[in-house]
Design a protein around this ligand. Sequence first.
Ligand SMILES: Cc1ncc(C[n+]2csc(CCOP(=O)(O)OP(=O)(O)O)c2C)c(N)n1
Ligand code: SF4
Ligand SMILES: [Mg+2]
Length: 335
Amino acid sequence: MNGKAAGGDEEEYGRIKGVHLVPEEELYTSGHRTCEGCESALTMRQFIKVAGPRTIVTGSTGCMYVANTSYMSTPWEVPWMHTQLGAAGPSAVGTAAALRALARKGRDSKEKVNVIAFCGDLGGADMGLSGISRALQTDYDLLIILYDNESAANTDIQATGLTTWGAQTTFTPTGTVDRVNRASMRWKKNVAAMLAVGHPNVKYVATACATYPPLDYMNKVKKALAIGGPTLIHSLDPCPKGWDYHPRYSHELGELAIRSGIFPLWELTNGVLKYSYDARKSRKPVREYLESQGRFSHFQQSDFEYVQSVVDEMWEEWEVPGVLPLRLSAIKSVK
Ligand SMILES: Cc1ncc(C[n+]2csc(CCOP(=O)(O)OP(=O)(O)O)c2C)c(N)n1
Ligand code: SF4
Ligand SMILES: [Mg+2]
């Protein structure tokens, strides 16, 4: 483990045990132009709070680039660099490699500098997937935060590989022939599990939500940075504009996504899986979550039932519930 935290022990990474212990320093401050109720902005603010000032951030094109750098102003109080839409992985690798080269030449301060790259669902889970995969195969200390607002929000809400089944977007509107647009009829890409399973050397992969359970996301960022090596966190970020709800309900929607089981919350630390919310034990009806958003206003009873049936299948039939869609009992061998 290179002398770093093994990751299993909460004491090792200094878990924040109460709101009063959250660092007060703001390194993502006023001056951004995100919408009211934007949870992605909170995802940014919280990760840099726990990462601290000795952090270099790179961010790929999307709302968290454009809204955070308009008109020559920025909320970032740490070194920050924009990178191309699919380039979160390569930009993190390049930054970490440069820091290592400086250390080799004796030109660093010996105090650790965190490297954090963020990307949206289009930039990370669709366009930039190969670059992230490569980053996860290196031995550099870097953290990739994939902030998922379930659309290409910055270019006016187009569907991505992480958009919920059936949602209306500008690419997948409801119509008179197809009430549920055919292009929206595919299940959300299981991106964190895909990356975790495909990169077994990575010591820490987690899913998260900035507001639920309280402190969970910030502690996951702390843990990822303490464990080191390439790590990844996939956060679900309710987006009032794209999901079409009143901004005051952002936190509630994040909580509903998790408590209904539609967004499984877990962390994988050195191969050990832990549910941060165990939806096997109790789940709210997914309809409560869907009905709160205008993007599902075209849904009828059969659509709610379909989404509920897949969520139930995820938690009751998958070999690793909510994570791996295998059924060991169904594996056949060639005779
Ligand atoms: C190669 C490339 N193609 C298209 C664009 C236009 N573009 C800018 S932001 C964006 C959407 C990004 O979506 P996502 O990564 O989910 O971030 P969000 O806007 O939702 O925060 C697109 C398509 C671009 N900047 N670069
Ligand atoms: S469109 Fe969504 S993600 Fe973009 S700034 Fe507004 S609330 Fe945030
Ligand atoms: Mg997006």
